[in-house]
Design a protein around this ligand. Structure first.
Ligand code: NAD
Length: 496
């Protein structure tokens, strides 16, 4: 059995870990590897390496950092297929989708390549007689990222390109379910010329995470995952004096207005609900059909859900792969059971799907539920699987009220041909990322990614200007050259 080790100070190492967690290929259901679970001593070793590396990297020139980023960009781009294959074999998503994930991560690397422009400070000449003022931002030191299973390359790449470009050193604790992509990224950083110790990977579970949260040598923690864990991360790491951004779970609604192009909406909703087996934080899990849109929409969605080709993510012409683990499959199918018991209408049922040749795979077929209400478990919980729930309301105002009553606020979308309805929607919803006739409105790297309410704890979104801000702190220098001939004053300094 292959053992996936940590990556500390530029080397693959077992550290002192003795326990492991099984890694599966979700399409076959077979174990493919075991990953070491790091202890607090392994975290100490990574922090020690990152601290030594920071002394040099934190002082390195902008052009040196930019050169390494450009090389890393080229290497990831050249090896995207290999990286995508690793993702598919441990996550289950189809290869083209895994390639898309690598591409979205690369866009953050490309953003960070412009670090010279991005980090420019401000200068004020002559704020007082012979006195100038300038402000700029410095790196924090050793920072850590804790990431979920559903984007094993992209979500870490929301964090570390900007952290490293701004001069920090980084410790990644990836998901234990699909840890191989992070190891390939570590090797590519080394090939790109990043000094050892600047990028480290410590694998593990809750104990490893807690060692990171408590470690006095780590200045900031970025987290992406489910809301209960995001709360824990935020509370414990802020109590330890760290800067924290913790992105949580989601329940993304798409509103379909009666004036929308129904075929267009159904087509896009199908892809947004069932792409990556619904395991995207921006997946649409609830369609809110307004008035007369409902019956036609359900009919089209049902047809399209039945046409989806489910199979191994490595297969040709496959639209949707398995879910990530056997436990996820049980959780998702139980939520479909509960929806049925609580009165939802099952229009398409994915519970008993078997894929020929992959009988032990963790497959759940596309599932379409109608007449879902807010009191049902399938609505109250994050399903994170290929289940689209349809709710029926009479007006746009009612649809907005449904969205705003939900504790999550990650993404949402509206399908309409009315500019007035779109404007009322975008202004009315308490959600961080909004699509107008765009069902998965993932912001580009130069904007910031983040939700509202229970989808984000802490102040900063990921990447864009918020990422730059998160990984740096400001300094303002007030300077006088040469010395003023006048003497010092005991009064509050004011401009002369
Ligand atoms: P998760 O919360 O179970 O795990 C995320 C990370 O936390 C992993 O590295 C895991 O090892 C660690 N972890 C798990 N339990 C822990 C504990 N008790 N204490 C400390 N650390 C712990 O999430 P997941 O199942 O890997 O990913 C799916 C979740 O991530 C969904 O809720 C999804 O909505 C969310 N997500 C959100 C975004 C976003 O941008 N808001 C993006 C991607 C995924």
């Amino acid at each position: 059995m292959r053992t996936i080790e940590h990556w500390i100070d530029g080397k693959s190492t077992a550290g002192v870990s003795t326990t492991t967690s099984a890694v599966f290929n979700p399409a076959t259901g077979a174990q493919s590897a075991e990953v070491l679970l790091g202890t607090s001593i392994d975290v100490d070793a990574a922090v020690a390496a990152a601290t030594v590396a920071f002394a040099d990297w934190g002082q390195s020139s902008i052009s040196r950092r930019a050169k390494v980023l450009f090389s890393f960009r080229e290497l990831v781009n050249a090896r995207a297929q290999e990286l995508a294959e690793l993702i598919t074999d441990e996550h289950g998503k189809v290869l083209s989708d895994a390639l898309g994930e690598v591409q979205r991560g690369l866009e953050v690397v490309e953003f960070a390549c412009g670090i010279g422009q991005l980090l420019k400070g401000e200068f004020s000449d002559q704020v007082s007689a012979d006195v100038d003022s300038y402000s700029y931002r410095e790196p924090l030191g050793v920072v850590a990222g804790i990431t979920p299973f559903n984007f094993p390359a992209m979500v870490p790449m929301w964090m570390f390109p900007i952290a490293i470009a701004t001069g920090n050193t980084f410790i990644l604790k990836p998901s234990e379910r699909d840890p191989s992509a992070s190891m390939m990224l570590a090797r590519l950083w080394q090939e790109a010329g990043l000094p050892d110790g600047v990028f480290n990977v410590v694998h593990g579970n809750a104990d490893t995470v807690n060692a990171i949260l408590d470690h006095p040598g780590i200045a900031a923690v970025s987290f992406v995952g489910s809301t209960p864990i995001a709360r824990h991360i935020h509370a414990r790491a802020t109590a330890a004096g760290k800067r924290v951004q913790a992105l949580g779970g989601a329940k993304n609604h798409a509103v379909v207005m009666p004036d929308a192009e129904l075929a267009f909406a159904a087509n896009h909703l199908t892809a947004a609900a069932f792409g990556s087996a619904g395991e995207r934080c921006m997946a649409i899990s609830v369609a809110v059909a307004v008035g007369a849109a409902a019956d036609g929409l359900i009919e089209l969605l049902g047809k399209q859900a039945n046409d989806i080709k489910v199979g191994s993510g490595r297969g040709d012409g496959i639209d949707m792969g398995p879910v990530v683990t056997a436990e996820a499959k049980v959780r998702i199918t139980s939520l479909i059971d509960s929806a049925q018991k609580q009165g939802a209408k099952i229009c398409v049922d994915g519970r008993n799907l078997t894929v020929t040749g992959f009988e032990s795979g963790f497959f759940v077929g596309p599932t379409l539920l109608d007449e879902v209400t807010a009191d049902m478990d399938v609505y109250g919980q994050e399903v994170f699987g290929p289940v689209l729930a349809v709710m029926r309301v009479e007006t746009l105002e009612e649809a907005i009220a449904v969205i705003n009553a939900n504790p999550y606020g990650n993404g949402t979308a509206v399908f309409t041909n009315s500019g007035a309805a779109a404007r009322a929607f975008t202004r009315g919803v308490k959600v961080g990322m909004i699509g107008v006739n765009v069902p998965v409105p993932v912001p580009m790297a130069y904007h910031s990614f983040g939700g509202w309410k229970d989808s984000l704890l802490g102040e900063h979104h990921m990447h864009g200007s918020e990422g730059l801000h998160f990984y740096t702190r400001g300094k303002v220098v007030t300077s006088r050259w040469p010395q003023d001939a006048l003497g010092a004053s005991f009064d509050m300094p004011t401009a002369r």
